[in-house]
Design a protein around this ligand. Sequence first.
Ligand SMILES: [Zn+2]
Length: 486
Amino acid sequence: MTDIDIQNGRPDSFAVGRRIRERRVAQGLTVKDLAARIGRAPSQISLIENGRRELKLSELQSIAAVLATTADNLMNGELSNRRATLEIALDRAQRGAVFSSLNIPPLSIRKSLSDEAIATILTLHDEIERLHQERAATPEIARRANTALRKDQRNRNNYFPHLEAIASSLLKTVDHRGGPLSQRSASDLARHLGFSLHYVGDFPRSTRSITDYRHGRIYLPAHLRGSDPRSALLQALALHVLELKEPKDYEELLRQRVETNYLAAALLIPEGSAVEFLHNAKANRELSVEDLRDAFAVPYETAAHRFTNLATHHLDIPVHFLKVHDSGVISKAYENDNVVFPTDALGSVEGQIVCRWWAARQVFSIEDQLTPYHQFSDKPVGTYWCTSSIQTTPTGVFSVSVGTTYSESRWFRGRDTKKRFKSTCPDERCCRRPSDELMQRWDGSARPSAHLNSSLLAAIPTGTFTGVDRVGVYDFLETHSPALPL
Ligand SMILES: [Zn+2]
């Protein structure tokens, strides 16, 4: 570990000073002796040892020479003295975020402060920090972060040029010539980036993939071997290529997820060939998410989501995207066509119930689930056209919908649908309040028992916002790492 000052990125003067003092005492030198040997006043040495004066590298080197050590050792070396270790930790804590948020005047670190007092302050400090982190891991913080992120995506029309550029240069390295990315090209890409692939059975459940940088290995669950491992693999590669560190809060976690999903999708559905494909479809008034899915051999949701990346930027079509659980609860949403999603008081869309007259709900009542479903919906803000498809996933059954305004529906296959519904949500009388007749007949004479949504309470494990089981992951790595000298 190196002593870099977290706030301004320079070496930690206090820790360096304490190391100098420890080495000086160990050499049997007084402050005066050291001062004389480097040609400085003794008062300067005191300032240095108390971390009040920053050293130039040349000064550090001359002090190191006198103390029979190296500049590197003075910057990064271990301390044998418990007191010095405590003092350095206290100094760092006082310069950190917890102390500054509490507005406590700095406590000067002098001899009269006992080791026990310092240790107690540090324990309290660490506990406050832990509580802060735990609080930051609440669903409310997650929702706020998510709302801010969606706003940002909307401002960019959900199009990220720098990620498109990275995807395009990665595809060049494996000599990809357009069209869908084969599984083979995806593994070539992993190899090119220095990773071997390992499919294993005993995979920790909280993870999709594990990358072992030390041995250049990517582990994927064995059940993916027979199916399509591209998406999990490309997301692992995206984390690596984008050099994304372990997220420190929800906002960062969600942002990383947006970027890795985006990059993975941009590799699966490369911009160049996809845009050509979509331009042709638009010219023929045959735009269709199914066709995009089939042309690039990806799941429907990937195609629908990727369509939102390219539709506005390249085709000049505003769009919305919804992923809705069969209970009606929204799990993902995006729009830049001014369709109004239901929100809670904080502006959060996820977790809200979508109007039962929207395509995202109506599609569940259709028996033929292979034929694409389309409908027009008259909403208070205007008429929209929407196409929806049902996806069965390990976490439930969802509808995935892509929609646009009435006038832009003219570019899409399915614009001739006769299905049309009227939605007046958020007006309660639209679909949330039973009719007066039903109210009269049933109100007070029935009591439903709620099906408690367990994920509501268990969505975010306490104290960790990624939900990754670190013990499980490290045990896993210990078991699977090759027996090489590390
Ligand atoms: Zn409604």
